[in-house]
Design a protein around this ligand. Structure first.
Ligand code: ADP
Length: 478
């Protein structure tokens, strides 16, 4: 079996313990054995990032840009291979895996440009004879903690801006998907960065998290994952004045109004709710549908679900890959029972299905006759499960859509410009989509939510610099 190590201070470093990376489409397929880092090794990685920061913070922006560009070019050149690895370890379909790898490459190339555009401001002082400048500096060593659902794109959209703006990094990927993380780290290790600027440590959340969250040498933490872990990150960082940024769950609504293009609405619902096996924080898990179009919409979505091809992520024609692991599958099945117990009607799907390989396959599920008090409409499931909430009119649709503790993404299907405008203004979400699925975003514009979904400055695009730089104001009396 292939064995993979962690990157600490420029050295590939082993460990006594290992994580076994298993293909969720075929549990007989072992992808590799990954060194399970220890808290002491995490501390070594932090020290390396701390030492390397002294010089890297003053590195030339051309050098940073060239390194990021080289990383982006290699990812793009190897997108098919990386996409296949990603699909194999996480269960996205091969086209989705290749799409995600491509996105990661584009992100590095975008930030190769951003490294050259670290602009400041010059203002007049209110005091005669004084010059005022506002400029941006790196924050310091940054801990990057990522989840399993986008194993290369989320690390990319945190690591690239961190390095572009002169920070050093300790990257802790999710335990379930060390393969894509390792492949990314290996590419980064050959891009021309000085030793210690980028470190990666695979391991268990609580063990590696402890030093990353509490060590004073870590000046900021960028986290994407569960609400529960997000609260741990927030408490640790706010307690010691470290900067932090959280991206957590969603319970994203897609509103379908009577005047919509029905086929597009059905497509948005199926894409948004079930593609990537519903394992996206931007997935549309609540379909809020106006009464007149409800029955037609529901019937078309049901037919669409029944046609979806659920199979091995790497098989030709697969549209929905497996659930990521046994624990997540159990959780999905539990929520199917919870929904039924709450009185929701399971119209189709929800059951596990057998394929030619042993994997965690589940038929996408659609609940109808649900309301916004039900747990299936309040708690993030993170699987291929969506529910329909019937509403009387647009006002009720907005009220129901906003009746959630989350606020990441939200969509509306309508042909009314007036409704679309009102929706964009009144919906409580960080990203709003009109006649488009709630999932599916660009990489050069801000990503993030409101309410319980996110905390801190936005990720991605030009706004990323708000987290990865510190603003300094200089007064000069020349
Ligand atoms: P998920 O349910 O998506 O796995 P988690 O929040 O458990 O979400 O995991 C997201 C990331 O947070 C993973 O890299 C995981 O290892 C890490 N993590 C889990 N627990 C902790 C913790 N106590 N401190 C720091 N990181 C943690």
């Amino acid at each position: 079996m292939d064995k993979f190590q962690n990157l600490i201070a420029g050295q590939w470093t082993g460990s006594d313990d290992h994580l076994i990376n298993i293909n969720p489409s075929d549990t007989n397929d072992i992808i590799g054995e990954y060194a399970k880092g220890t808290a002491a090794q995490a501390s070594d990685a932090i020290e390396a990032a701390h030492q390397a920061f002294a010089d890297w913070r003053h590195s030339s922006i051309q050098h940073r840009s060239d390194c990021l560009d080289a990383i982006g070019n290699e990812i793009l050149a190897r997108k098919d291979e990386l996409g296949r690895l990603l699909a194999r370890e996480e269960g996205k379909t091969l086209p989705e895996g290749i799409g995600e790898a491509t996105r990661a490459g584009q992100i590095f190339k975008f930030f190769a440009g951003e490294a050259l555009r670290i602009a400041g401001e010059t203002l007049q002082s209110v005091r005669p004879g004084i010059d005022v400048e506002v400029f941006r500096q790196p924050v310091g060593p940054i801990a990057i903690i990522t989840p399993w659902n986008f194993p290369i794109a989320i690390p990319a959209w945190k690591i690239a801006p961190a390095l572009a703006f002169g920070n050093t990094v300790v990257f802790k990927p999710a335990e379930l998907v060390p393969g894509s993380a390792w492949a990314l780290a290996e590419i980064i290790s050959r891009a021309g960065l000085p030793n210690g600027v980028f470190n990666m440590i695979i391991g268990e959340g609580a063990e590696i998290g402890e030093p990353l969250l509490h060590d004073q040498r870590i000046k900021a933490v960028s986290f994407t994952g569960s609400t529960k872990t997000g609260a741990i990150v927030a408490e640790a960082c706010s307690g010691r004045n470290a900067r932090y940024q959280l991206e957590m769950g969603g319970k994203n609504p897609l509103i379908v109004l009577n005047d919509c293009d029905l086929d597009n609405a059905v497509n948005c619902a199926i894409q948004g709710a079930y593609f990537s096996t519903g394992q996206r924080c931007t997935a549309s898990s609540r379909l809020i549908v106006e009464a007149k179009i409800h029955d037609q919409f529901v019937e078309k979505v049901r037919l669409g679900i029944d046609d979806l091809i659920v199979d091995h992520a790497l098989a030709d024609g697969t549209q929905i890959g497996p659930v990521v692991d046994h624990a997540q599958l159990e959780k999905n099945l539990r929520y199917i029972e919870i929904g039924k117990g709450e009185g929701a009607q399971l119209l189709t799907g929800g059951e596990t299905i057998e394929r030619s390989t042993p994997g965690f396959f589940q038929k996408p599920a659609l609940f109808v006759a649900t309301d916004d008090t039900m747990r299936i409409n309040r708690e993030e499931i993170f699987g291929p499960v969506a529910s329909v909430i019937k509403v009387d009119d647009f006002d009720q649709a907005i009220a129901v859509a906003n009746n959630t503790s989350f606020g990441l993404s939200a969509g509306i299907c309508t042909n009314s410009l007036r409704s679309a405008s009102r929706f964009k203004s009144e919906i409580e979400a960080g990203m709003v989509m009109v006649n488009a699925p709630t999932a599916g975003v660009d990489y050069h514009v801000p990503f993030g939510g409101t309410k319980g979904s996110s905390f801190g400055p936005r990720e991605q695009g030009g706004y990323a610099k708000d987290f990865y730089t510190v603003v300094k104001t200089a007064y000069t009396n020349p």
